[in-house]
Design a protein around this ligand. Structure first.
Ligand SMILES: Cc1cc2nc3c(=O)[nH]c(=O)nc-3n(C[C@H](O)[C@H](O)[C@H](O)COP(=O)(O)OP(=O)(O)OC[C@H]3O[C@@H](n4cnc5c(N)ncnc54)[C@H](O)[C@@H]3O)c2cc1C
Length: 488
């Protein structure tokens, strides 16, 4: 039997009477007020404008919230607008041409643009900021169902339209969004941010700066560290992408209801605690999606996954990753996690044949540590292509051992998960930021630079589109309040 569970939100004429009538029924209660109420309003003669660095989901929601409160933010984004960025990104996938400042990671919409557009998160959200994120997406053209389905997703194609219409809304409200504008340096005096220096040498002065860099802006992380901004190493995870036929996952998860139009393509979430003390888990599962080349740097290979709204590609894919930490695995200081990512990604580039193809191996061969030479039924979706070989040399041995142990265990939960012809594509290294740009829990400002608001995934305060958007709203509110307090 197929059961659908609904939570129904209704307005009634006489609320008191209705509540009295259902006083004993735990399933009937007053719905919380999920409306968003701005916390500040900028005065007419604002003496300076806040800056936002980065226009991913975090920078976008920070800028939108500030613009809605009248603070006329200026957003500086190193990449291009969605239309030109999409062309550049396809350049890598179709023609093996990487544009280092305009790709899967950099450009309007941030890393979330070419994604599955999954919009759920496990963050605590007592103020319902997540609801504002969803409502703004719907206003900008996302399907209305994201407001009520349990696992909403937009898909990459629709996200591009949503993001560009939100950018226009920011402009309409008095904000400014500048593309191809990389922040190269930071002007800091006596523990206070005073402005930024752009790649072309131009200085922009502001004492209020939102730092929403994403996890791949390694040059900027290094610059912040050089300038003395407090940065620390943080844990992240590394591994591979795995692909199976979506029909196999549907069958294993939904049984006789596989293919039911109301259920769509099935997803999964898996965890295994390996004997060597490592946790192996599935990450960013994309039902009916594709594996994509996600590097932003020349001569590196890194994978991720995305899907369209319809989720009707042949394969299901997910990261199968192992948690690693600075204490155990990269103890060399705040930037050691970045150095580890760089060396693994450079090695993957070589294993893939030095032309942006990714190294890949069949699961059966990976488990027996032998070279793969030909595909079975599963044909990997990674563009621009894969080179079959031996992935057991691509990551540290504790990671390989943990994944070799986990796959057969996952096969017990999802029949066929460890089938010999499932394909692993390497490598997944950018699961989250390798650094935290630590901020004060109350003021949201950097621990040692006033006026600097580290935010979103790159600063270590979000992991995903929804949580990055929510963090952007929180930081915008903190910045607006601080600016008004300074003016008082
Ligand atoms: C292929 C892929 C699929 C994904 N799928 C999903 C998914 O389905 N669901 C989900 O929740 N999450 C997904 N994610 C993760 C999600 O995209 C990120 O968690 C989210 O985008 C983080 O938001 P952010 O704004 O903090 O950073 P980002 O989105 O990374 O944005 C940071 C922006 O800052 C800009 N920038 C960096 N440095 C500078 C500088 N010095 N000067 C100017 N601009 C700068 C960058 O160009 C970038 O546009 C996916 C990620 C990828 C790569």
């Amino acid at each position: 039997m197929l059961l659908f569970v609904y939570v129904v939100d209704v307005e009634v004429a006489n609320e008191k009477q209705v509540l009295n009538r259902f006083a004993e029924d735990k399933n009937v209660r007053v719905a919380p007020d999920t409306n968003y109420y701005p916390v500040a309003k900028a005065p007419q003669n604002l003496p300076e404008r806040p800056l936002g660095i980065g226009f991913g989901p975090c920078g976008l929601f920070a800028a939108l919230t500030l613009a809605q409160m009248g603070f006329n933010p200026i957003v500086l984004e190193r990449g291009k607008d969605v239309r030109r960025r999409t062309k550049d990104t396809w350049g890598l996938w179709r023609k093996k041409i990487l544009t280092p400042e305009s790709n899967v990671q950099f450009g309007e919409g941030g890393a979330g643009l070419f994604s599955d557009g999954k919009l759920y998160s496990q963050i605590k959200d007592p103020k319902f900021y997540g609801r504002k994120v969803m409502q703004e997406f719907v206003k900008a053209g996302a399907p209305e169902e994201i407001l009520y389905v349990s696992k909403p997703h937009i898909g990459t194609f629709r996200l591009t339209g949503v993001v560009s219409s939100m950018r226009e809304e920011i402009r309409r409200l008095g904000g400014e969004v500048r593309f191809e504008t990389k922040v190269d340096d930071f002007i800091i005096h006596n523990g206070r941010i005073e402005g930024v220096v752009l790649g072309n040498g131009e200085e922009i002065r502001s004492r209020y700066v939102v730092l929403a860099l994403g996890h791949s802006s390694r040059d900027t992380f290094r610059r912040l560290h050089e300038r003395g901004v407090y940065v620390e190493a943080k844990p992240f995870a590394i591994g591979f992408r795995i692909e199976h036929p979506q029909s196999m996952i549907d069958q294993a998860r939904l049984g006789k209801f596989a293919g039911h139009p109301e259920l769509g393509a099935a997803d999964y979430k898996l965890v295994h605690h390996a004997r060597n003390g490592r946790a192996v888990y599935s990450f960013c599962m994309c039902p009916g999606g594709t594996v994509v080349a996600a590097t932003s740097e020349p001569n590196k290979v890194v994978t991720n996954g995305m899907s369209q709204y319809s989720r009707n590609e042949r394969n299901a894919n997910a990261g199968i990753v192992v948690g690693i930490s600075p204490e155990k695995d990269y103890p060399g200081g705040p930037l050691a996690g970045i150095a580890l990512q760089e060396s693994l990604e450079a090695n993957a580039f070589i294993l893939g044949g030095k032309d942006y193809c990714a190294p890949a191996q069949l699961v059966g061969d990976f488990l027996k540590a032998r070279l793969s030479t030909k595909f079975g039924e599963v044909i990997p979706s990674y563009k621009p292509g894969v080179l079959l070989g031996d992935l057991t040399v691509s990551l540290p041995q504790y990671v390989i051992q943990a994944i070799q142990e986990a796959l057969p265990e996952f096969g017990k939960q999802i029949r066929g998960f460890d089938r010999p012809d499932a394909v692993l594509t390497g490598i997944e290294t950018r699961t989250s930021s390798p650094v935290r740009i630590t901020r004060d829990a109350e003021t949201f400002q950097s621990l040692n630079v006033r006026g600097l608001y580290p935010a979103g995934e790159g600063a270590g305060y979000a992991g995903g589109i929804l949580s990055a958007g929510v963090d952007g709203i929180k930081v915008a509110e903190a910045l607006a309040k601080a600016m008004l307090a300074d003016l008082a």
